[in-house]
Design a protein around this ligand. Structure first.
Ligand code: SF4
Ligand code: SF4
Length: 103
């Protein structure tokens, strides 16, 4: 998955709307199971992003394997996401996949 965008405000893998996890696990309700909260929370994330030079941002683009247990999503093919692009972000209760499309 090359076109993976994440807008969460608190995850160790998150830098400037990029997800740097090599394998992303999405649960049966579309929740991101790979999320790891930073010790310093959203503030720590803002500092980390501020310190990351803009010219390094393209290096954050990497191939991410997306494993998904959400069987009610039309993009789920044998527990792998077949969507051409993916948006993950903070919901009311959890960080989840917003590309999910019910069958
Ligand atoms: S997609 Fe999940 S693991 Fe990746 S940055 Fe977002 S919350 Fe973190
Ligand atoms: S689009 Fe569907 S199959 Fe892909 S990660 Fe989201 S919920 Fe899973």
């Amino acid at each position: 998955m090359e076109n993976l965008k994440c807008t969460t405000n608190n995850c160790e893998f998150h830098f400037k709307n990029h997800c740097t996890a090599s394998v992303l696990e999405i649960g049966e309700k579309g929740v991101c199971k790979s999320k790891r909260k930073r010790a310093g929370g959203a503030y720590a994330q803002a500092i980390a992003e501020f310190e990351l030079a803009d010219e390094l941002t393209p290096l954050l683009d990497r191939e991410t394997e997306v494993q998904c247990n959400c069987k009610t999503c039309a993009h789920n093919k044998d527990e792998t996401c077949s969507a051409s692009e993916l948006l993950v972000g903070d919901g009311v209760l959890s960080t989840k996949c917003f590309t999910k499309r019910n069958k």
